[in-house]
Ligand binder design. Structure first.
Ligand code: PLP
Length: 282
């Protein structure tokens, strides 16, 4: 594989980052994952816009223009011959003497991109996900897509050890925030319910597209907090993320959702999302 590191295209074995990189020492960095379908990027502009926002929230500049970034994505997809897969991008504040205070502004940021091939990514899921429930113990700025992913990783492992596929995280009082790496939804009757935007969840690029498409298809959408009890008595549930699109959830905290089968609305949203994603990919 060819990877991109600070302006160079290199074989992956030659990609190197300093041990003093603040991404490594402080998780002082942000990332994006853009999906590739038919060799093209899904919603690149959405991911670029969120990257700009994450960086701004952390007082970091964009390391290159949006056009230059698109060119790096395209070159890696081409060189690595990716038909279905993803492009991972990480930007950190760079390498400097270890200090909690940010280094001088002229410190060169670290920019790394690599691809992962995922053949069959867009195949219809054979079954729904079983999600466990875990307390949400992450920091209070989950809207910034930082590389501090240890807690979601711990929550996912706890879920896997208990025999589930993933976890939905909840706050004191029982309201659900989101999945470990996806946004969470329930369906009651014909109404789709998902947590409103705020600092408590990541503002999913797939979430924005799916909610827009649902409204365009005359489905009812409520953006509000919902509880574990509400989720467990919902008719359907699903999650969204760039690399899984729309995935049905058929069990929450050990309770079957509806009839325990992937839901009709989730299936329809997956179809219309994928149709548009392919049509608009660049
Ligand atoms: N929520 C969290 C915590 C995530 O890590 C992710 C994606 O990685 C998402 C939601 C979904 O966001 P997107 O649709 O932009 O992939």
């Amino acid at each position: 594989r060819t990877v991109y590191v600070n302006g160079d295209y290199l074989p992956e074995s030659e990609g190197r980052v300093s041990i003093f990189d603040r991404g490594f020492l402080f998780a002082d960095g942000v990332y994006e994952v853009t999906t590739v379908l038919d060799g093209k990027l899904v919603d690149f502009d959405g991911h670029a816009a969120r990257l700009e926002r994450s960086l701004r929230e952390l007082d970091m500049p964009m390391p290159m223009t949006r056009d230059a970034l698109l060119e790096v994505h395209h070159r890696l997809v081409a060189e690595n011959d990716i038909d279905e897969g993803l492009v991972y991008l990480q930007v950190t504040r760079g390498a400097a003497d270890r200090d909690f205070a940010y280094p001088a502004e002229e410190t060169e940021q670290t920019v790394v991109l690599f691809t992962q091939a995922k053949p069959g990514l867009a195949k219809a899921p054979e079954k729904g996900l079983s999600v466990d429930l875990q307390p949400d113990l992450r920091w209070g700025r989950r809207d910034i897509k930082t590389v501090q992913l240890l807690y979601p990783s711990m929550a996912k492992m706890a879920a896997k050890r208990a025999g589930h596929d993933d976890a939905w995280m909840h706050e004191p009082g029982g309201t659900i925030t989101e999945g470990t790496s996806n946004n969470a939804y329930i369906v009651k009757g014909n109404t789709i319910v998902t947590r409103q935007l705020g600092n408590e969840i990541l503002h999913g690029i797939t979430r924005a597209a799916v909610l827009r498409l649902a409204r365009e298809a005359q489905m009812k959408v409520e953006e509000r907090a919902f509880t574990v009890e509400e989720a467990q008595s919902a008719d359907e549930a699903f999650v969204t993320s760039a690399s899984t699109f729309v995935m049905p959830v058929t069990s929450i905290g050990g309770k079957a959702v509806g009839d325990g089968q992937p839901g009709r609305i989730a299936g329809r949203l997956r179809e219309i999302y994928l149709d548009e994603a392919r049509a608009k990919a660049l």
